[in-house]
Design a protein around this ligand. Sequence first.
Ligand code: PLP
Length: 368
Amino acid sequence: MDFVDLRAQYQRLKPRIDARIQAVLEHGRFILGPEVQELEERLAARIEARHAIGCASGTDGLLLALMALGIGPGDEVVTTPFTFFATGEMITLLGAQPVFVDIEPVTWNIDPARIEDAITPRTRAILPVSLYGQPADMDAVNAVAERHHVPVIEDAAQSFGAVYKGRHSGNLSTIGCTSFFPSKPLGAYGDGGACFTNDDTLAAAMLELRNHGQSARYRHTRIGINGRLDTMQAAILLAKLEVFDEELISRAEVADRYTALLHEIISTPRVLPDRSSAWAQYTIELDDRAAVEKALHGAGVPTAVHYPTPLHLQPVYAGKGVRAGSFPHAERAAERVLSLPMHPYLGPPQIEQIAEAVRAAVTAVTVR
Ligand SMILES: Cc1ncc(COP(=O)(O)O)c(C=O)c1O
C-alpha cells in the first residue's frame, strides 16, 4: 500500500500525459515554453484570479511573493508555527523575522484572534497557511491586515482546489502561493509552484523576479532568482488539470469514508461549514501516536507526521527567545497528529482495511 499512489493516476492519464510530454520534446522550448503560459491561464481561470505566475516550487512561490512585497531585513512577517518549514524559511532567508502566532486547535490553522497582539510597527505582512487543504479563516486574517495596512500572503501549497465562503483558496488575499510537489492535490512529476494575485503591479514584479529580474531579455531591473516553472512540468500539469475536479471529489469521498468509520473512536479532522478542503492530507489526532504509528506500520499501513516539530522549536529558530510552551496548541498538535494514506484512487476496501487497522491499534493501545 502506498501513502500516495501516483502510479494509479498515471495509469488513468497515461495517453494524455505521454502526449503532452511528447509535444514538449518535439517543440523543444524547454524553458518558459508555451505550456507554461497555457497552464497559467487555466490556473488563473480555475480560481478566478487575474494573474497566475508559474514558478519552480511552492518554496519559490513564497519567496517571490515576499520579494514582490519588498520584504527584507528589519521586517516582521506574522505566520503560524505549525506548517512545513519553507513558510518560515523564506521569511528568514530574506533577512526578515517570522513572528509566530498559535493555531486554532480545530482547524490547525493560524488563530486570527491572536494576530493583533503579534503586530508591531515592523510588521510588513501576514502569512497564514491553509494546512492539510483547509483554508485558514482568511476573512478574519484579512480584516486584521486591513486595520494595520499590511498585505496577506496565503500559503496555499496544500489547498489548491479548496473553497472558502464561495471563493477559491489561492485567491483569498493579496497573493496566494501553491505547490505542485508530486504528492500535492495537483502534483507534477517534479517540483513546481504558482503564485496568484489580482494586483497587476505585483504580478508584473513576480514575473520578472522569477526570471532574474528581467523586464526584457538581458535587461535586469531587479535582483531576482531562477525560479521559473519547468515547461515539462507545466505540460504534465495541463494533463492532470483535466481530471483535477473529479479527483477533488474522490478525495472528499475518501475523507468522508474515513470519518464515517473512525469518528467514534478517534479525533477525526473537521472542515468548517463555510469552507471545503482539498484534502492534501487526512490527519487524525491521537493520545499515544507513537504506539499507534508502530502498530499501523506493523499492519502494512504507511503513515506520516505533518509536522513533528513546530517552527519555533526547530534548531535554527531555537534560542531566538521563543520557548517551548509559547504556542501550546501548535505544540500539542505536533505531538498528536498522524496522517493516513490519502489519494483519489484509494478504494473502499483499502479504506476499510486502513480504518480497521487504526481501530485495532487504538484499541490495543487503550487496553494496554
Ligand atoms: C505548507 C507548505 N508550504 C510550502 C511548501 C513548499 O512547497 P514546495 O515543496 O513545492 O517547495 C509546502 C510543500 O511541501 C507546504 O506544504
